[in-house]
Design a protein around this ligand. Sequence first.
Ligand code: ZN
Length: 260
Amino acid sequence: MLPDIENLLRLQEADKEIRRLHEEIAELPKRVAAIEQKLAGTKAQLEKAQSNIKTDEAAKRKHETAITDLRGKISKYRDQSLDVKTNDQYKALLHEIQFAEKEIAATEDKILELMVNADTRAGEVKTAQAELKAETAEIEQEKEQARLRTAEDEKLLAEWKGKRDQHRSGIGDDLLRHYERVSRFRGTGISEVRDHKCMACQVMLRPQTYNEVRSGQQIVFCDSCQRVLYLNPADELVDQKPSMHRPRRHHPKIDAPQAW
Ligand SMILES: [Zn+2]
């Protein structure tokens, strides 16, 4: 194998690892942000549950004041009833008293309803508080993990960048430029040849091109995708062995009754 090919393969490995590390480093804050969003949702839930309790408490106080007022009215009507001159006046006061008593009963029902609801509301607050506590702990842990992972990734990244520079320096300028240009467009810049095919783009090599790759004397590019081609020495041995399992290849020039 040409030293340039060996260096390109190592360079490609370094490039791949550098890309993976960059992606991982970019992904970590997104995970933290997703939990932070969940946390904000739980905080809003808790605030709503707490505000519901306050609203109910205010309503209960309002109802209690209304009952006190109604009781005051009733006692006033009772006082007045002692001084009435006619039966009609007495009946009218009695009617007012009955009306006020009905209102008191209705308001007491409302208060009771609020008190029953208060238990549910308290439960909601408790649940939201527990969730918030768990999520806060989770986010702290996640942030710490992200911090450690990022630091580790940055360290690896620096190492791989060092390796990449080293491999780059071992490759000729023109070849390096070609590899990097193809890499930028296609994600990879070097491809293995297997069974006469470029494994990256799956296009069959012309026999001439294949022989050039196999000779290992020069750098050969794929006609189709422009990647640098190489033959894995292990595959090369298999390739040279006459095999009965190889798919039959059609040779029109030999098989055809006449040359075209
Ligand atoms: Zn190709």
